[in-house]
Design a protein. Structure first.
Lengths: 163, 589
């Protein structure tokens, strides 16, 4: 793929290594997409085209799979992705209120990224820590019982500080 | 004196801050030069009391402490060492009173036998508690049909939701004459609000792997997959470590226990699609495709993964297998009812005091599960309903609390047993809103293949939204019922066939709430925003301006020390004024 941006080229090289490695598996498309999203942060059209070319499959199949699964994103995301759980237990215990608080604290709406590119706010269907509802995750860290603005602020500040 | 300390570091523990407690213990032991065996374990099920620490020694039986903060660590250990354990924070203990002794002892733990007791990533810990003995027994002393017969006799039914007899399912896969067969573990745990599988995956991964190896041997499979949802990173990590350890000990791989039997096990990560919990969609997803359900028959036992005979079971189903083989079918069938044998794990969540995991014999009334084992309601507000079966299930009202827990009784209520999620609701939950919540979920997660599921759920969601906005009409209720019938009939897979259940059960048991929304324009639970009105109570307002300053739409007017007023047209019902007022001067109606 012709690309003049050297930083980007390194990412494509990384992806190439992943694809070469996985191609021996039976249809590794989903695994490759997982890795590609890790490398690029999201899956823009050109990355999908690259994967399709390398795997010798129609780009439509790649696009179809990307849009089918909630885990894959075609939009760039912030450095920290806040996933608020909107499962039943969290819903009953005030997930909507938590979302509202985060939206206010960060001045964004669900699905958006802050202007400084620090945070993206999305939702998830349950992370299995329902006893500690309401919950959100940032990366692999889980934060439970976030029922006050102060608790929320302390956590967000921590991530902002190590930005 | 040899001291042993265990800290629960499963997802629930971490969410409650257990990592800091672990570090505090580590530092304290180091600083005071105390020789102790500090271990990481997983979730014992008492998630409501996390972070949880267990301390024991030669002299003292284990005491399990709950809600421990890092600051309390030094005193806790010191008192234990000096022989005067601090029992105020004990939640489970043998030799002394403890808050949760009764709720814990009223359980029967088969699936959860090791959860929260062993280090889940240590195969040696698992071997010490008779781990992989059932596999050895199966390979050395039983032939394949004997294993299947044993599982049949135990009466074990699939724990993934539908309750199909496991032994019979294995028999079908066994009967197929094919060199290549697969076995799959369904670890997609789609019900949002359920976490039984997560706990076992994180806390006792070897028990699932052992169950799968025995199953593979019995049906004649040489390759298997665990399909685990990507939202459970710790579960995936523990499974990876467990599989590697089992391979090193030749419990996986070629010529297991020196026999002809080979078995290779892989992990497949999901990518966030609820429908992938459905078995045929799950197999499509393993094959790298979009997770679209396929028409059955042919059933997976005849033509499953890559067209080969395949047996698929749920996590909890597999976690029962080793216990049954070791202890015998009769010991298992001793528990439960005539048609639903054994025990069942439930994830209690929502407005219940002891939210967490419990395991009880089938046949226990729901009332006992909630009030005895679950410790009753969390607040003063009364019980309203318990949601079972997630998006495919329904809401069971107070008058049916004496329903016993078994597949057939639960189905009779209109809900389903499902995988074991129980979300308890009190009067602060609006039943119309909860029906809308689930329809929104299924509508989002419908794969789009069947028109009725794709469009029908959308129409139902629109009607429900209209009702929660106070714009509903009485004939909408009939429309909902007609749509429900048609969606059930016109859908290929279980997702569509069960999607209307949350609406049908709430319509059946809480019709008056629907009517109140439509006719009186009232939401008794105070949840549906368009039906709520915030007003200033003039007698109580001192004019502090706190609400006016915080109001995001500047809908509140009034000067300092003057009574404030809310402009109803500008109010977006966010409730911030209600929360910030220190004088209870805002009313919500
Ligand atoms: C929409 C839908 C979602 C499902 N989700 C799950 C799930 O998350 N976990 C599960 O074990 N079974 C799920 N099932 C049931 C599976 O299709 C299948 O019956 C089950 O894995 C069989 O295992 P068992 O016999 O051990 O219960 C789901 C079914 C449907 C229709
Ligand atoms: S419902 Fe939020 S963690 Fe399960």
């Amino acid at each position: 793929m012709a690309n003049n941006n050297p930083a980007k080229n390194i990412l494509y090289q990384k992806l190439q290594v992943v694809i070469d490695e996985k191609m021996e598996l039976q249809n590794p498309l989903i695994e490759i997409l997982h890795q590609a999203q890790e490398i690029f942060g999201y899956l823009p059209a050109e990355v999908q085209q690259f994967i399709a070319d390398q795997m010798r499959i129609p780009v439509g199949s790649v696009y179809g799979t990307v849009t089918f699964y909630n885990f894959f994103s075609m939009e760039p995301r912030g450095k920290h992705v806040i996933n608020v759980c909107t499962g039943t237990a969290c819903y009953v215990k005030g997930a909507s209120k938590l979302i509202q608080m985060i939206e206010e604290e960060l001045s964004l709406n669900m699905g958006e990224t802050t202007k400084d590119g620090q945070f993206t706010l999305t939702s998830v269907r349950c992370v299995g820590a329902c006893s500690l509802a309401p919950i959100f995750t940032i990366g692999e860290e889980i934060f439970g019982q976030i029922d006050s603005r102060n608790k929320l602020k302390t956590i967000l500040d921590k991530f902002n500080r190590y930005a | 004196m040899s001291l042993e300390i265990k800290v629960g570091l499963a997802s629930c523990g971490l969410a409650a801050g257990a990592r800091d407690v672990y570090t505090a213990i580590e530092n304290y032991l180091h600083k005071e030069k105390i020789a102790a065996d500090l271990k990481k374990t997983a979730c014992i099920g008492m998630c409501f009391a996390e972070p949880i620490v267990e301390i024991s020694s030669e002299k003292f039986a284990p005491i399990i402490y709950g809600r421990i903060t890092p600051e309390e660590v030094p005193e806790l250990i010191e008192k234990f060492l000096t022989g005067t354990p601090n029992t105020a924070k004990a939640i489970i203990a043998k030799d002394c009173e403890a808050e949760e002794n009764d709720t814990y002892n009223s359980q029967t733990r088969i699936v959860l036998r090791n959860c929260g007791k062993i280090d889940p990533v240590s195969i040696d810990d698992y071997l010490k508690v008779d781990g992989y003995k059932a596999l050895e027994k199966s390979l050395k002393n039983m032939n394949r049909t004997e294993i299947i017969d044993e599982i049949k006799e135990s009466g074990l039914r699939g724990r993934g939701g539908a309750g199909f007899p496991t032994g019979l399912k294995w028999q079908f896969a066994y009967n197929e004459n094919n060199k290549k067969k697969y076995i799959i573990c369904n670890a997609d745990e789609g019900d949002p609000g359920a976490f039984m599988d997560r706990s076992v995956l994180e806390g006792d991964p070897h028990s699932i792997i052992e169950g799968m190896i025995i199953g593979a041997y019995a049906i004649g499979a040489d390759e298997g997959y665990i399909y685990c949802r990507a939202e459970y990173p710790m579960a995936i990590k523990h499974l990876r470590i467990a599989i590697e350890a089992a391979e090193e000990k030749n419990l996986l791989g070629e010529n297991i226990h020196g026999t002809e039997f080979n078995f290779e096990l892989h992990i497949k990560e999901g990518a966030g699609a609820f429908v992938c919990g459905e078995e045929t969609a799950l197999m499509a997803s393993i094959e790298g495709e979009r997770g679209m359900p396929r028409i059955r028959p042919p059933f997976p036992a005849q033509s499953g993964l890559w067209g080969k005979p395949t047996n698929i079971n749920n996590v909890e189903t597999f976690a029962n297998i080793a216990w049954i083989i070791l202890n015998g079918a009769a010991s298992y069938a001793k528990y439960g009812t005539e048609k639903s044998k054994g025990t069942k794990v439930f994830a209690l969540a929502g407005m219940i005091r002891n939210s967490g995991l419990i395991e009880v014999p089938m046949g226990m009334p729901i009332r006992d599960v909630i009030y005895k084992v679950g410790g009753g309601m969390k607040t003063e507000r009364p019980f309203k309903a318990v949601q079972m079966g997630g998006p495919s299930g329904g809401c069971i009202p107070a008058k049916l609390l004496d329903t016993t827990i078994d597949y057939d009784s639960i189905t009779k209520t209109g809900a389903i047993m499902g995988s074991g999620g129980m979300v308890v609701m009190d009067t602060s939950t609006c039943m119309v809103d909860i029906a809308r919540f689930f329809l929104n979920f299924t509508q989002n997660e419908s794969c789009g293949k069947c028109t009725f599921c794709r469009v029908g759920t959308k129409r139902m969601l629109e009607i429900l939204t209209k009702i929660t906005e106070g714009k509903g009409e009485m004939e909408d209720l009939e429309k909902l019922e007609t749509l429900s019938k048609n969606i059930i009939k016109g859908s290929l897979c279980g997702l569509g066939q069960t999607a209307p259940n949350p609406v049908l059960t709430t319509l059946k048991y809480f019709r008056d709430e629907y009517v109140a929304h439509i006719v009186d324009k009232k939401c008794v639970a105070g949840v549906c925003k368009p039906l709520i009105k915030y007003e200033v109570i003039e007698d109580k307002c001192i004019g502090c301006t706190a609400c006016a300053r915080k109001c995001p739409t500047k809908a509140i007017s009034g000067k300092v020390k003057e009574i404030h007023l809310i402009d109803q047209d500008a109010c977006i019902k966010c409730g911030i004024c209600f929360d910030v007022c220190k004088f209870d001067a805002i009313s919500k109606s």
